[in-house]
Design a binder for this molecule. Structure first.
Ligand SMILES: [Zn+2]
Length: 209
């Protein structure tokens, strides 16, 4: 089978986490940025493993060993640990944006819509400015992260409130996580989401981005 065109991106995963998928006839490989600068034989080993997984072929043990040795070497482990710590600290520090304070928005929604019954998780603006991710609730860190692009005077407060409200509902309606982060909306979740007072305006604003 000929190899489809390949595109490799390095991603800032906090844990070493490599993925491969076939999209529009193109192989999209995402590698942890911790592997940036890995020697070529190691990158070849990762490519071999990911391709074998995707095509359900046997992984050559020499390649598996090469990859495992590299990842488990002290150097990489320490670096992964350091990156996690730094990202963890940043996440805690940034609830207050230039325009909106996420702690204040949480408490406001808590009082108005949840009878102040919700315990506030860590609130923070994302480090990156990714547009494809509005926000997410991270149960591992008990943190709600909102994309920093919404910390802007042109963004109405109700749009930020809606994103936070949505993530608060994820707190209230926990899903069983299957290894990776998922965004699962039950019928109950959807019904409760409709209670947001400015739902139509907020959804219209977000769709128009
Ligand atoms: Zn969701």
């Amino acid at each position: 089978m000929p190899l489809p065109p390949l595109s490799v991106e390095f991603f800032a995963f906090a844990n070493i986490n490599n993925t491969i998928r076939l999209r529009n006839g193109k192989l999209l490989v995402r590698l942890s940025d911790l592997l940036e600068g890995a020697p070529e034989p190691v990158l070849r080993a990762i490519a071999h493993i990911l391709l074998a997984k995707m095509y359900r072929k046997r992984i050559e043990s020499a390649q598996a060993t090469r990859y495992r040795r590299y990842v488990h070497s002290h150097e990489i482990r320490n670096r992964a640990h350091l990156v996690r710590q730094v990202r963890g600290r940043k996440r805690i520090a940034s609830a207050r944006g230039k325009v909106y304070d996420l702690d204040a928005i949480f408490e406001d929604l808590n009082a108005r819509l949840f009878a102040s019954l919700m315990a506030r998780p860590r609130m923070s603006w994302s480090q990156g400015r990714a547009r494809n991710l509005l926000g997410h609730y991270d149960p591992a860190h008990n943190a709600i992260v909102v994309s920093r692009i919404f910390d802007h005077p042109a963004v109405p407060r109700y749009a930020v409130e809606y994103i936070v409200y949505h993530e608060m509902l994820h707190l209230r309606h926990p899903v069983k996580l299957n290894g990776s982060r998922r965004c699962v909306h039950s019928a109950e979740f959807r019904a409760e989401e409709k209670l947001f007072p400015q739902l139509d305006a907020a959804q219209r604003f977000l769709r128009g981005l």
